[in-house]
Design a protein around this ligand. Sequence first.
Ligand SMILES: Nc1ncnc2c1ncn2[C@@H]1O[C@H](COP(=O)(O)OP(=O)(O)OP(=O)(O)O)[C@@H](O)[C@H]1O
Ligand SMILES: [Mg+2]
Length: 224
Amino acid sequence: MAIGNRPFLREVSLKREGIESYSKYPFSIPAVRELKDLVLNPDVTFLVGENGCGKSTLLEAIAVAWGFNPEGGSKNFRFSTRASHSDLHTRLRLTKSIHRPRDGFFLRAESFFNVATDIERLDDEPGPGPRIIDSYGGLSLHEQSHGEAFLTLMLERLHGHGLYILDEPEAALSPSRQLAVLRRIHQLVEKDSQFIIATHSPILMAFPKARIYLVDGTGYHSVR
Ligand SMILES: Nc1ncnc2c1ncn2[C@@H]1O[C@H](COP(=O)(O)OP(=O)(O)OP(=O)(O)O)[C@@H](O)[C@H]1O
Ligand SMILES: [Mg+2]
């Protein structure tokens, strides 16, 4: 299935040859152990499931395999504050389409703060070109509340024609701001974007025509 210029990423699977044991992290966690050929929706794919089932681990590996920084950000970000990410990305097979996105972002709610810090650092370095913060609305993300800063990112930084990987985007948001994010996701999908989102938010899951995969110890289940 292809809509307009999407999807960018069609399918994710696990290269199983050479994996000796499924009793050790990361192969032991349901999201990895049960990963067969995961078909992604051209618009929005949600990963849902219990705490610890492995949504973040998988999203991060997909993001790294795609070329994003494991801490989050666009392809331009190269900072790293921890090395907790596994080598799982080397074991993933991404089936890409012929379409190439013009924008992209990987957001981990838990390290969003680091993205904000890195923007300030890069802007403090002397150099030509516009300030990065200007593409985030111009106001330091540290001078906005968590939820405000996140919404700013969704509204100002994401331009469309992009692949966006979001880990619990609802984390800092009130219900009304979650609805604002939902509207923004809709706008960006209309502008040829593809989203992969891990979430616990029933509000976000209400996105029409999204594909929702529930991950548990028995596999990936497509649910409504
Ligand atoms: N570096 C690591 N070494 C060993 N185990 C780890 C490591 N990182 C995470 N885990 C374990 O892997 C499992 C999956 O974690 P992950 O963060 O991917 O879950 P999740 O589905 O995103 O959960 P949540 O809904 O709470 O965000 C957890 O049980 C976690 O303790
Ligand atoms: Mg998580």
